[in-house]
Design a protein around this ligand. Sequence first.
Ligand code: PEP
Ligand code: MG
Length: 325
Amino acid sequence: RRALDLAAAALPAVTTDGVRVQLAANIGTPRDIDRAVELGCEGVGLYRSEFLFMDRDSFPTEEEQFAAYRAVAEKCGEHLCIIRTLDVGGDKPLPHLDFGRESNPFLGWRAIRISLDHPEVFVAQLKAVLRAGAYGKVAVMLPMIISAAEIKKAREYLAYAAGELEREGKAFAGNIPLGIMVETPAAAVTAVRLAGECDFFSIGTNDLTQYTLAVDRGNQRVRGLYNHFHPAVLRLVNDVIGAAHDNGIWAGVCGEMAGDPLAAALLVGMGVDELSMNSTALPRVREKIRGISAAGAKELAAEALLLNDGEQIRAFLAETLGDHS
Ligand code: PEP
Ligand code: MG
């Protein structure tokens, strides 16, 4: 059984008509990478770096971060390791950072906003990422982007970080890809413009669903309303993938949606290039993709996009794809 699983993990996620989709892993700490590699991940699509920053009373140093990023980059081998910069705030507080009183933390001081307000913290992180790039293929990804200006500022800090390393004589990768999470309605709607400022998109459907539907992703009371198949979410996701391709960059999905086999089939139909998920979801998503044709998935997506209700869309996909789980 184990031998069979290992053999299956080595198979590429390719549709019956030959369209290849990159299957990557979401990880929180370097400890997660071994299991992900065993399950056949092709690199890391989302390294949630914030776990390095939590449960401690000061910011991790550049050295500490470098050690963690390097360990993961090395294990990714020839595949890309996408390191997301600090994404705290909202439901992820940092004990040593004063957030003041926020009545709407999810709409407050979080993610890229904190990094741009604390250049010393941001630059230390960027330097660690660039240095890890000397040991593997790394990319940097910015969370919660809402404007081109934020990407431009981040790029300036990235160039500054490279300059510092140059002066210090440390080894680093000069030209790493810079991508953004598309996880706010603002970024999704203006994706055409943002595509010109970055090298790739990774759609964060967890937050994109939360912000598009105005439904708190962690609130049990409104759980029934939280659905990544809501037509508004699907339309944004489809448009973002199209905007990426029209502008010559690739688009992936790294929210929970990517690890849902029914959704994965739909995303393949929308032309998604990469799906990044918790590693336990890799086998069933790989199996689903190997069982469908991209042409069929495209028709499926076109039909799904015409339906009016998230639950109806989920049922339609389950029915059509023969999955009643
Ligand atoms: C997302 O928002 O979809 C995402 C992948 O990021 P996180 O779940 O860490 O907010
Ligand atoms: Mg998010």
